[in-house]
Design a binder for this molecule. Structure first.
Ligand code: ARG
Length: 457
């Protein structure tokens, strides 16, 4: 048993299996610097209420800074019984400064300590991820801008639908990722509230100034209720739900690219593909398949935390220790996926020839209907007329634009000579000129807005 397991109340040591089962040091050591920062702030707060003299406080802060240096230098040595990062740091502090180290924990509990460390750690990670997202959004928008003139086939139900700009398609994914960035920035102020000073659950018995603690640690404010303060893990749940939605979006993007790569419409750079051990001709888009696949476990993590929290009685329960591994994994996965997605985007090569080849005149059937609308015919009728044209072309086994003017006129006499101008993909695209449409000006607008937004992150 370590600091707490071997406390006065206990006669025997813990079963080694229990020790292994119970410990969290193997993963929560990632929060070593947050834990030390929290302790330094707490030492100062207890000095301010007279628990520590100025000299004692200085000695403890000094000792904590030395512990910090050891972690930084990679020389911190874990000992058996270092159950978690809080006990490990306090054990080492006490070795360095003597029994005085035992004063630090006055009025504090690992319950408010772990909640504080986790929030500090996550807020840093969220800010970091926002920067990564900003780079991705900026890079994608600039890539869209470079390829603004490239057209491609748009699909619904994976059936040819309407021509769009390649950049418009790319910006459609950027739109979803922009919402992810907005959402993440909205999580930060809720996560960035200080639970330190909640004690084990009832509050702090020594009157520490919690607002001082919050401002020392860079929190926006203090949590409002000590019972909730030690067991609230909404910030973890929110982040995990957030990350699963982000990865759903990256998964959809990856799937689109996998299809476009199969159609040879977009070439993926060798840097993000792999070969086959057997088939020499192979270039597999593994980066994209992993991007698509990561969402599965991510969704599992967000469902997992909800299941852990469901039915927990107030206040702290050890179940809460189970939040760390999925949280750390989620942050690592998000950072990897954003880096890969950014790399894939800036190195991919749209192939204008193949993208054009994927376009077919049938994708202009709506434009044919719209032509008659502009001659005053109600759309419900023009839809039917254009449908008859599609059927005739199918029967004749020719493409829609190969129907002669006479054939069109036979179907409806309101077709005039200028109907032949309908077979123009660029014109079709440029007609979609309302906000959010695929016309060049509207896509440029989306791109500019995105680049400006990325700068705010
Ligand atoms: N390792 C614990 C966790 O991660 C720290 C809090 C433990 N508190 C307690 N009373 N056992 O949740």
């Amino acid at each position: 048993g370590g600091l707490f397991g071997a406390g006065g109340r206990f006669k025997g040591g813990t079963d080694p299996i229990m020790e292994k089962f119970n410990e969290s040091i193997n993963f929560d050591k990632r929060m070593w610097s947050q834990d030390i920062r929290g302790s330094i702030a707490y030492a100062k707060a207890t000095q301010r209420v007279g628990i520590l003299t100025v000299d004692e406080c200085d000695a403890i802060v000094d000792g904590l800074e030395r512990v910090h240096e050891e972690w930084s230098a990679g020389t911190f040595e874990l000992r058996p019984g270092d159950e978690d990062i809080h006990t490990a740091n306090e054990r080492r502090l006490t070795e360095l400064v003597g029994p005085l180290g035992g004063k630090l924990h006055t009025g504090r509990s690992r319950n408010d300590q772990v909640a504080t460390d986790t929030r500090l750690w996550l807020v840093e990670a969220e800010r970091d991820i926002l920067k990564d997202l900003a780079s991705l959004l900026d890079a994608a928008a600039r890539f869209a801008s470079e390829h603004i003139d490239v057209l491609m086939a748009g699909y619904t139900h994976l059936q040819p639908a309407q021509p769009v700009r390649f950049s418009h398609w790319l910006m459609s994914h950027v739109a979803a990722l922009t919402r992810d960035a907005e959402r993440l920035s909205q999580l930060v102020p809720r996560a960035n509230q200080c639970p330190l000073g909640s004690g084990a659950m009832a509050g702090n018995a020594f009157g520490v100034d919690r607002e001082f603690l919050a401002s020392e640690l860079g929190f926006d404010g203090v949590t409002s209720n000590s019972i909730d303060g030690v067991c609230d893990r909404d910030f973890v749940a929110e982040f995990l739900m957030w990350h699963s939605l982000l990865l759903v979006h990256l998964s959809q993007f990856a799937e689109d690219l996998i299809i476009n790569n199969m159609l040879k419409c977009v070439d993926i750079d060798d840097a993000y593909a792999t070969g086959s051990s057997l088939m020499p001709q192979k270039k597999n888009p593994d980066a994209l398949e992993l991007l698509r696949g990561k969402a599965g476990i991510a969704i599992g993590r967000s469902v997992g935390i909800m299941a852990t929290l469901k039915g927990l009685p107030r206040a702290y329960n050890k179940d809460l220790q189970e939040d760390k591994v999925p949280l750390f994994d989620a942050v690592d996965t998000v950072k990897d996926c954003l880096a890969i997605a950014t790399g894939v985007i800036v190195t991919m090569r749209p192939n204008p020839k193949m993208l054009m080849k994927a376009l077919c005149p049938e994708m202009l059937a709506t434009d044919l209907a719209d032509y008659l609308v502009r001659k005053g015919v109600p759309f419900r009728e023009t839809h039917h007329i254009s449908g008859a044209c599609v059927r005739l072309a199918e029967e004749q086994e020719i493409s829609l634009d190969a129907l002669t003017f006479e054939q069109l006129q036979n179907i409806d006499s309101r077709f005039e000579e200028d109907v032949m101008k309908v077979w123009d993909y660029e014109m079709s695209v440029e007609r979609k000129s309302s906000i959010g449409g695929t016309s060049k000006a509207r896509v440029v607008e989306q791109i500019e807005k995105c680049i400006a937004f990325a700068k705010t992150l």
